[in-house]
Design a protein around this ligand. Sequence first.
Ligand code: ATP
Length: 242
Amino acid sequence: MGSSSGFLQIKGLKKSYDGIDALRGIDLTLQRGEFLSLFGPNGAGKTTLIRIIATLLKPGSGSVSVMDFDIEEHPEDFRAQLGVISHQSFLYDDLSARENLEFYAALYRVDDPEAKSRELLKLVGLHDRGDSKVSGFSRGMQQRLSIARALINDPSLLLLDEPYTGLDERASILLSGHLRQLHSRQRTIVMVTHDLKRGLESATKVGILSKGRLVYFKDRSEVDIDEFEHIYLRYLQGAQDV
Ligand code: ATP
């Protein structure tokens, strides 16, 4: 199942918006079960990359394939295996937390939608707010629910764009623990974050995106934290090359 070429393979990926080059040629391969933490300054192209992998945005040129299938050619099959946690919550304001989860559970043909929704509400600490409408939720509560929503189909590829934003410490700890558990079950994870500590703690690969290029990509085991902090800081300060 594509193990020689990688679980997720990105080749020559470029994207521009009205003349602004957001991605200038990204090549990246992840094996199944790897956990990539991706860092980078504001405007580096991180969200653009996540949105393209999530099939929410079309690439300009280049390709993204998962298990050797181009995601643009089989988007429905691919989305069934995908979980996305991004700035966009994909939640319905007028539905309760439970109804949102049950809706997505039904969409993904989860075996027992009620039980799965209960389990996930508990996981994100919203079991006592299950019957409240999402419109009355705080930003952090919406973020928790969007995490539960992204996990409903037990995705084999999980994409997270700054998932800790808006979460309190307890919810952050719960999320980190759950990511570790998913990782131990061979789920492949790509996480964009500005949180160095959380980004480095579970990663197997560490990357820095700067000005639309993947300027750093290493095995976590080869990353010296002091050196990494220095390099990352230089890119945050606008360095072209470190
Ligand atoms: P941040 O850390 O601030 O979230 P990012 O690394 O996620 O940044 P992107 O949001 O991918 O960066 O943006 C990359 C570049 O593309 C930026 O120059 C941004 O201004 C531009 N860009 C992103 N989305 C659009 C859009 N919809 N229309 C025009 N330009 C865009």
